[in-house]
Design a protein around this ligand. Structure first.
Ligand code: BES
Ligand code: MN
Ligand code: ZN
Length: 498
């Protein structure tokens, strides 16, 4: 989508459709901070005085000034209370507004920057959040729709900049928003793709395509290489699948003495049937999203490649289907990982932690300052936190704090869960070094404890089972994949060297 910047007061030209966000207590009285032309301000003031529009978060109204002021159509959107305004308020407002515009058939949209007159956030942050909300709110997954859509697709977006002095900061914010949205949309597309359209081969091809478009290095390990690396866990999970496994390595920048290395790992189960420990059929279709961690890594690497932060980032994705078959992995089997640690497989549906064990072992060779893995790992994490945030576990308080902060800023919240000794005790095996499930209780935590055994660097694990996809439409995300993790990872990497 084309994004243009336009300096000038809002309502000074006949922009066909303009999105304007208003706070709850806004009255648009004499002061001039709104950046609006006086005719438009007068018109809106009358509407507000009538009490029809209150400015509550995500409230939306469409107005037709009809010659009283220039824009032929105004989409008013509520920003909520001024005191609690944050980037998330701006994203939501933008998302609600663009959805409305698309329902009306609008293809060219202008927008004010939400919260710019509030003085709470920097112009750059306001612009980034406004653009993110718009681009993400305009997202639709219709690759397999042959009968078109009753909504329009947005073709161009114009961001209105009332004060020239802010143009540079705002331009930077718009660019940042465009880049994180692009990464998030890539992640959503990958995660929404049906299992038959995106087996490991195709996921790897998509990662390679992204890398060549973005200027990143990419190496795809095929079965032969995976065998040479002795990734016994990835091969074991793959055993029941006709589709060959892939191990994807993406690299931004190079190792250097003055640069930290961060390794990002994404669970890439392109479809999780459970394997021999097969899942109930109800809702199993959602398990096409079981590569959402991988999608987040591909999306984040795309954004990072465009932003060019001064850091070395490696993305690792173990990719396979998890299917039952005559050759499939069986409960009771013992497998040997890349690190040579052995695992007793008690339940073949706990496959994510198996493939992550090999990837965590592989990560060690980069001597990273931090390893962050993202995985739709456990239903138990969804029981604990619902869909409101991702579960976070790790072995390093500083890194945990950084990830937590990146989650808050990006609007992709995470919440800490413990990795106490008791959870390690639950996964002791009588026949191998560790077993892959810890019984009924504390499922997210025994999964985290399992991963911890394969790590010897500062590490954080994000369980995104509850946040990777949504059953209902959200202000800036339609039902389906959310692309969660991309914005958080990009923020983490951006803030790494303050
Ligand atoms: N991919 C699932 C976890 C999942 C569940 C993701 C719901 C998204 C929504 C994972 O591979 C799995 O099956 N986990 C099991 C682990 C159990 C067998 C110890 C689970 O959570 O039931
Ligand atoms: Mn599973
Ligand atoms: Zn799974």
């Amino acid at each position: 989508m084309q994004i243009d910047l336009k300096a000038g007061r809002i309502g000074s030209e006949n922009d066909t459709t303009v999105v304007i966000g208003l706070f709850k207590e806004d009255k648009l009285e004499e002061d001039d901070s709104s950046g609006m032309e006086s005719a438009l301000r007068r018109y809106l003031r009358e509407i507000l005085a009538m009490g029809d529009f209150k400015g509550n978060g995500e409230e939306v109204a469409v107005l037709y000034p009809r010659g009283l002021a220039p824009p032929s159509r105004v989409i008013l959107v509520g920003l909520g209370e001024r005191e609690v305004f944050d980037p998330e308020s701006a994203r939501r407002a933008s998302g609600v507004a663009v959805k409305k515009a698309m329902k009306l058939g609008v293809t060219e949209l202008s927008t004010a920057i939400h919260g710019l007159d509030g003085g709470i956030l920097s112009p750059e942050d306001c612009a980034q959040a406004t653009v993110e909300g718009l681009l993400l709110g305009a997202y639709r997954y219709d690759d397999f729709k042959t009968d078109g859509s009753d909504e329009s697709s947005l073709v161009s977006l114009t961001v209105l900049i009332p004060r020239r002095a802010q143009a540079r900061d705002i331009g930077d914010g718009i660019e940042a928003g465009r880049i994180t949205a692009a990464g998030t949309i890539l992640a959503r597309d990958l995660s929404n793709a049906p299992g038959n359209a995106l087996p490991p081969r195709k996921l790897a091809a998509a990662a390679r395509r992204m890398a060549s478009n973005t200027g990143l290095a990419c190496r795809i390990l095929t079965r032969k290489h995976i065998e040479e690396e002795r990734m016994g866990a990835l091969l074991a999970v793959n055993a029941g699948s006709e589709e060959p496994p892939r191990f994807i390595v993406l690299e931004y920048g190079e190792p250097a003495d003055d640069r930290d290395t961060i390794v990002l790992i994404g669970k890439g189960i392109t479809f999780d049937s459970g394997g021999i420990s097969i899942k109930p059929s109800g809702g199993m279709e959602d398990m096409k999203h079981d590569m959402s961690g991988a999608a987040a890594v591909v999306g984040a690497m795309h954004s990072i490649g465009l932003l060019k932060p001064p850091i070395h980032v490696v993305g690792l994705i173990p990719a396979t289907e998890n299917l039952p078959d005559g050759r499939a992995l069986k409960p009771g089997d013992v497998i040997t990982t890349l690190s040579r640690k052995t695992i007793e497989v008690v339940n073949t549906d706990a496959e994510g932690r198996l493939v992550l064990a090999d990837a965590l072992g592989y990560a060690g060779r980069y001597q990273p300052a931090a390893v962050v893995d993202l995985a739709t790992l456990t239903g138990a994490c969804v029981v604990a936190l619902g869909h409101a945030g991702s579960g976070m576990m790790g072995n390093d308080e500083t890194l945990l704090d950084r990830v937590r902060a990146a989650g808050e800023v990006s609007g992709e919240r995470v919440w800490p869960l413990p990795l106490w000794k008791e959870y390690h005790d639950q996964i002791k095996s009588h026949v191998a070094d560790v077993k892959n499930t810890g019984g009924r209780w504390g499922g997210a935590l025994t999964a985290g404890a399992f991963l911890e055994k394969f790590v010897d660097r500062p590490w954080v694990h994000l369980d995104i089972a509850g946040t990777a996809y949504t059953e209902s439409n959200k202000p800036y995300c339609p039902r389906g994949a959310t692309g969660v993790g991309v914005r958080l990872l990009v923020q983490l990497v951006k803030d790494w060297n303050p």
